[in-house]
Design a protein around this ligand. Structure first.
Ligand code: SF4
Length: 87
């Protein structure tokens, strides 16, 4: 969410003061803090991701209950990893 907010700010040159994540299944929302420290950490993560992509590496993750409602599920394909591990 922080990355989306920063991308929005840079694309449209408008400030995003408040960021919320909304959980459709529970109809609840949670505020995401946006601090300079978090933005610095985000830039470090993006640099690390670029390095991994350039080397053809894939990050490690575990399938959890969160995956059920995650918007990245179709990209991440956590079920696919479970199938690979079972083989
Ligand atoms: S689908 Fe992928 S990105 Fe989403 S919660 Fe699961 S492991 Fe994380």
């Amino acid at each position: 969410m922080l990355a989306q907010a920063v991308a929005f700010e840079e694309t449209y040159r408008k400030n995003v003061d408040e960021i919320y994540i909304f959980y459709d299944y529970s109809n609840r929302r949670r505020i995401i803090e946006k601090t300079e420290e978090d933005i610095g950490r985000l830039k470090e993560i993006i640099d690390d991701m670029r390095k991994m992509i350039s080397k053809g590496e894939c990050s490690d993750f575990n399938y959890t209950n969160r995956c059920e409602g995650c918007s990245e599920r179709e990209i991440c394909l956590p079920e696919f990893k479970i199938i690979i591990e079972e083989e």
